[in-house]
Design a protein around this ligand. Sequence first.
Ligand code: DX5
Ligand code: ZN
Length: 224
Amino acid sequence: MKQSPIISPSLLSANFAQLANEAAEVIDAGAQWLHVDVMDNHFVPNLTMGPIVCEALRRSGITVPLDVHLMVTNPENLIDAFAKAGASIISIHAEVTPHLDKYVQHIRDVGCKAGLALNPSTPLHHIPYLLEKLDMVLIMSVNPGFSGQRFIPAVFDKIRHVREMIDHSGLPIRLCVDGGITVDNMASVSRAGADTFVAGSAVFNAQNKQTAVKQLIASVDGCS
Ligand code: DX5
Ligand code: ZN
């Protein structure tokens, strides 16, 4: 069953010199989570933020769940540090390790919710064996590395398949879609089965960030 809809604006598109202010602005408009894209210039060709940024957000008074998306090789080296820095959900990529079960369990052991992230072309065969330990499946709808890319339409089928897997399990697992989400495709992504929506450029590059968040929320509510 779908969980209640959540918008998780991706801070990757925010103005880093104004991070806490921009975060507060989107939360004020109704965003329930903040999405933190961690890139290592190894798994993906970009370099972004580490635990220190989560810690700074917490220290600035941000209390909403921090949804940390680890696009890194060796995610196991960062789990404890992100948990300590205030992460709430930590997602690791299926492509980076043969030890998914171990690391997903570790995320829960340090008190965070565990997510499994999959690139657009990554098959779903790991999911049935991990469902009991997962709080979220994160389907990438662009190739990870940058914000502002176009949504890949082939991912719609994948979202439907994951929705079936989650529903079949009866577990309260979130289905998150990340990449290229806009007000125009939000309703279709929601109809395909997503309940958790990451949006970077659609929020932070909008003329009015608060209106953008509200429009995204309205598009999902209209069809769930
Ligand atoms: C891509 C990141 C996404 C990205 C989303 O590697 O994981 O979270 O920042 O940005 P938009 O919504 O602009 O595609
Ligand atoms: Zn992301």
